[in-house]
Write a protein that binds this ligand. Structure first.
Ligand code: TYM
Length: 329
């Protein structure tokens, strides 16, 4: 079975953008591929989280992944810092990676601009740590969004360069992977194109019905349809995209017709969206709360996941050490 690996930084709760953009498709992916999901807690250190938050943040993502339907019997979920092999590979990859190419990575430049007082080496070598995450499992496929494409290019470069330097074919070049068309871009309801943590416009999988309704009812709109069959302005298109994601086809058609014949009332549209978002989120939220309360289970899953990940990584590292020339004394 072909292997796939995916990591997520534990920097908050999962929102609808994460769910429809990725996690929902992970649930289907685990049926077809050998998936490894991990929580990138080392990556989160670039922004110096509080020590007391580190474990709790990983447990949060773990509970949310499980609630969304990731099944640890099919796809292990592990915490990055439990697999020390990653660090060793990170070091080897860093030895073959040049300052210039790391400095050219757009996400590095953006982060450096955002936190000018803390432009640390971890930030610079974020792509080689990510490459180590991927290459240690020798996977061919990595599901990623657009913003990770440059990091993926670096991972391929690391693989190619290692193979070339030592004249081996150890690492396959991992490809960006889009598992069917399930990866949907969820718009923001505040007029911005995308739902995202940094945009501050998220509907979280933990939100209760009241919070969800409030957020949806606050969505930005305009004066309403001005002419029959007119094109929808962006903020309204965003609402309809939302409707397409969470509601049935008939519901979508119903409101689309109302738009076209100029009888649409935004209040009704928002109410419908709120109701259907709640329907999607409520069962997930209940499971999140259940899993979150069971830290014993979460820790057991993390432990078992780490064992499986270590097995896969240590097989690779054994080869890497031999190829580089390390011998036991
Ligand atoms: P991030 O936070 O951008 O995304 C978290 C995870 O969600 C998946 N993903 C997607 N998958 C398919 N289609 C999309 N449109 C989409 N958007 C997001 C990705 O699998 C991602 O893993 N730097 C990474 C975290 C990371 C990582 C890794 C990812 C660290 N090491 C190794 C993959 C492999 C990040 O910020 O992901």
């Amino acid at each position: 079975m072909e292997k796939v690996v995916s990591g997520i930084r534990p920097t908050g709760n999962l929102h609808l953008g994460n769910y429809f953009g990725a996690v929902k498709s992970f649930v289907q992916m685990q049926e077809v591929y050998k998936c490894l999901f991990f929580i990138a807690d080392w990556h989160s250190l670039t922004t110096r989280p509080k020590p007391e938050d580190i474990q709790a943040s990983s447990r949060t993502i773990m509970a949310e992944y499980l609630a969304c339907g990731i099944d640890p019997h099919k796809a292990p979920i592990y915490v990055q810092s439990d697999v020390k092999e990653t660090l060793e590979l990170y070091l080897y990859l860093n030895m073959n990676t040049y300052l210039g190419e790391l400095e050219r990575v757009t996400t590095f430049k953006e982060k450096a601009r955002k936190q000018p007082d803390n432009v640390n080496a971890g930030l610079l070598t974020y792509p080689t740590l990510m490459a180590a995450d991927i290459l240690q499992h020798r996977v061919n496929k990595v599901p990623v969004g657009k913003d990770q494409e440059q990091n993926m290019e670096m991972a391929r470069r690391c693989a190619r360069r290692f193979n070339n330097i030592y004249g081996v074919e150890l690492f396959p070049e991992p490809q960006n992977f889009y598992f069917n068309s399930q990866a949907l871009k969820v718009p923001g309801l505040d007029g911005s194109g995308k739902m995202g943590k940094s945009e501050g416009n998220c509907i979280y999988l933990r939100d209760d019905d009241k919070t969800i309704s409030k957020k949806v009812m606050k969505a930005v709109t305009d004066l309403g349809p001005q002419a029959m069959n007119s094109e929808k302005p962006e903020v309204i298109e965003n609402l309809f995209t939302f409707l397409k994601i969470v509601s049935s086809e008939e519901t979508y058609k119903y409101f689309d017709e109302k738009w076209n014949n100029c009888t649409l009332r935004y209040g009704d549209l928002k109410k419908q969206i709120a109701e259907d978002v709640c329907k999607t989120v409520a069962p997930i939220r209940e499971k999140i709360l259940e899993y979150s309360a069971n830290t014993e289970l979460l820790d057991k899953i993390a432990k078992e996941g780490a064992e499986e990940a270590r097995e896969s990584a240590s097989a690779t590292l054994k080869e890497v050490r031999r190829i580089i020339g390390f011998r036991a004394f």
